[in-house]
Design a protein around this ligand. Structure first.
Ligand code: HPA
Length: 508
C-alpha cells in the first residue's frame, strides 16, 4: 500500500542523510516565536525546506522554514524551525510529511512545541504546559486515506499519544530548574481566526485547558508510527473572552520571545535527560519502498481530441487507436461523448468529457448540467476547468462551490480539475490544488492545451506535493514524445493527456 509515498519519503530522507554526519536521535518541532532554541544547537547544518524533495514550504511570518541538524547537549537533534499549518491551506498529509521523513530517518523520539491560548482560568501568559492529551477539533484525521502499512496499522491506538514517561521526565526537569510546568489537555482548531469567547466557553466545558492551531495532527501521525512524543506548550495569552484584550499574532510572538530563555533551558535539559530512560523495544525494520508494479505507458494515457473542428470520422479513428493500443481513456468535448461511448462499448478505454472547457468561465450550474448530461451520454470521468478569474480574485468560496457542484453532479465518477498552470502564479497553483482536493476532486490537471503554456515537470511536482497521494495529477498540454511523458511520470504525474498518444507508445 502506498509504496509511492514510501519512495517519496526515502528520497527526502536520503537527501537529508546526504547533508548530515550521523543519525539524529531526537526530532524537535519549534512553534510560533519559539525558534530561538535552534540557536543552542552546536555544529549546525541548516537545510532549507525548499531544497528537500517533497517538502512544502512554510508561509507564516515567524516560521523560517528550515531543518537544523546538530548537537543539543551532546545529543544529535533534527529541529524543524517552522512547521506547516492546515490554516495555510496545506492538506494534512503535507502538514505531517516531515514527521514521516523523521521516522524513515530512524528517529523514535519527538518533541513538539507550540504557542497556545490559555483556556484554564489558572493559566497566565508566559506559563508552560505539558500536553497530557488532546481534543482534535480540526474536523478531520490526518490518517484518513489509504493506510501506509509500512508506517503503522490501519486502526492505531491513541490512548497514550503523549508518552507518560516523557511527561514525568519533563516534570522532574522543570522542578530541578525551577521552571513551573502545568499539565493539561490541548484542543486543536483549524484557525486561522482566533476563537470566539463562546467557543472558548464550550471548549472549557469539554475539558480543554489550552487551544492552538497545530500539533494534534502531528502527534496522531507520530503515534501511528510509534514515535514517542512529548509536547510542550507556551501559553502566550489568555484565550478569547477571558480578559478584555484583543488577540494578535504579535502578542503571541512577543510573549513567546519574553519566555524564550526558560523555554530553551527547559527543552535542552529535557533532551539531556533522555538517555536516562531505558530503551523501549520497538521494531527497527527499515521503511523501504516495495518495488512498484511497472505500469504500462498506455495505462497512463488519456487519448485526446479536443479541437472544435473534430469530425465523427476523427472521433472514430481516436476510439479505434485507443482500443488498439489499450489506452486508459479517450478525452473529448461533451458533444462527442455519445458517439465515443457507443464505439467503445465493451472495450477497455472509457470516455472522458471536458466541462466548462476551455475557459472555465461558465456558470457553476451550467458546468453541473453539462456534467450530468455527459455522464448520461456515457462519460465515465469529467475533466472540468476551474474558475480562474474567481481564483485570482481570491474568491475561494466560489471556486470551491464550483468544483463541488461538478463533483456532486459526476458522482460516482471521478472529476479532474484543470487549474491552467500557465495562467497562475505559484501561490495560486498551491491554493487551486488544495481547494480542488478539499472539494472532492480525484485529480488535479495542469492545462487545457488551449492557453499559452502546457505541462511542466516543475508544476507537476508542485501539484503532487500539495495534493499528496490520495489525489492524482494529470499532466497535459504539449506532451508529444515518450521522453516528455516519462519525465512527467517521474515528476509525479499519474495520468497523461495527449493527442500524440500513438507516437508516445511507439517503441523507440
Ligand atoms: N488560540 C489559538 N491559537 C493560539 C492562541 C489562541 O488564543 N494563542 C496562540 N496560539
Amino acid at each position: 500500500m502506498k509504496s509511492n509515498l514510501v519512495s517519496q519519503l526515502n528520497e527526502s530522507a536520503e537527501y537529508i542523510k546526504g547533508k548530515i554526519s550521523d543519525k539524529p536521535d531526537i526530532a524537535i518541532v519549534l512553534g510560533s516565536g519559539l525558534g530561538s532554541l535552534a540557536d543552542l544547537i552546536e555544529n549546525q547544518v541548516r537545510i532549507p525546506y525548499n531544497d528537500i524533495p517533497s517538502f512544502a514550504r512554510s508561509t507564516v511570518e515567524g516560521h523560517a522554514g528550515e531543518l537544523i541538524y546538530g548537537e543539543l547537549n551532546k545529543k544529535k537533534v533534527l529541529c524543524m524551525k517552522g512547521r506547516f499549518h492546515y490554516y495555510e491551506g496545506y492538506p494534512f498529509d503535507v502538514v505531517t510529511y516531515p514527521l514521516k521523513v523523521f521516522r524513515v530517518l530512524g528517529i523514535r523520539k519527538l518533541i513538539l512545541t507550540n504557542a497556545v491560548g490559555g483556556i484554564n482560568l489558572e493559566y497566565k501568559a508566559g506559563d508552560f504546559m505539558i500536553i497530557r492529551d488532546h481534543l482534535n477539533m480540526m474536523g478531520s484525521n490526518p490518517l484518513i486515506g489509504g493506510n501506509c502499512d509500512e508506517l503503522g496499522p490501519r486502526f492505531p491506538d491513541m490512548s497514550e499519544i503523549y508518552s507518560s514517561r516523557l511527561r514525568e521526565l519533563a516534570k522532574h526537569t522543570g522542578q530541578k530548574l525551577g521552571v513551573e510546568l502545568k499539565e493539561g489537555v490541548y484542543v486543536a482548531l483549524t484557525g486561522p481566526s482566533y476563537e470566539t469567547p463562546s467557543e472558548i466557553k464550550m471548549l472549557r466545558m469539554l475539558g480543554a485547558d489550552a487551544v492552538g492551531m497545530s500539533t494534534a495532527p502531528e502527534a496522531v501521525v507520530a503515534s501511528h508510527m510509534e514515535m514517542e512524543t512529548l509536547a510542550i506548550s507556551c501559553v502566550t495569552n489568555a484565550a478569547a473572552g477571558i480578559d478584555d484584550q484583543k488577540l494578535s499574532h504579535d502578542e503571541v510572538t512577543a510573549v513567546a520571545d519574553r519566555v524564550k530563555n526558560d523555554f530553551t533551558r527547559l527543552i535542552s535539559h529535557i533532551v539531556d535527560q533522555f538517555d536516562t530512560l531505558p530503551e523501549k523495544t520497538m521494531s527497527e525494520k527499515p521503511i523501504e519502498a516495495k518495488p512498484e508494479r511497472t505500469k504500462n505507458m498506455a495505462d497512463y494515457l488519456d487519448h485526446t481530441l479536443l479541437k472544435p473542428e473534430a469530425t465523427d470520422a476523427e472521433i472514430e479513428k481516436l476510439c479505434k487507436e485507443a482500443t488498439e493500443h489499450g489506452f486508459r481513456t479517450v478525452c473529448l468535448n461533451s458533444a462527442n461523448i455519445a458517439l465515443a461511448a457507443k464505439l467503445l462499448e465493451n472495450q477497455k478505454p472509457e470516455p472522458i468529457a471536458v466541462v466548462g472547457f476551455p475557459l472555465g468561465a461558465a456558470t457553476t450550474s451550467s458546468k453541473a448540467f453539462e456534467t450530468k448530461e455527459a455522464i448520461k451520454s456515457g462519460a465515465r470521468e469529467i475533466d472540468m476547468v476551474i474558475n480562474i478569474g474567481a481564483l485570482k480574485a481570491k474568491d475561494y468560496r466560489k471556486v470551491m462551490l464550483d468544483v463541488q457542484a461538478v463533483v456532486d453532479a459526476a458522482r460516482p465518477y471521478p472529476v479532474k480539475v484543470i487549474i491552467e498552470t500557465s495562467s497562475l502564479n505559484e501561490d495560486e497553483k498551491i491554493v487551486a490544488c488544495a481547494l480542488s482536493k478539499s472539494a472532492g476532486a480525484a485529480y488535479v490537471k495542469t492545462s487545457t492545451g488551449f492557453a499559452d503554456g502546457g505541462a511542466t515537470t516543475e508544476d507537476v511536482a508542485l501539484m503532487k506535493r500539495i495534493v499528496g497521494d490520495d489525489v492524482g495529477v494529470k499532466a497535459s498540454g504539449g506532451i508529444r514524445t515518450t521522453d516528455d511523458a516519462e519525465k512527467m511520470i517521474a515528476a509525479g504525474a499519474t495520468r497523461i493527456g495527449a493527442s500524440a498518444s500513438v507516437e508516445i507508445v511507439k517503441k523507440k
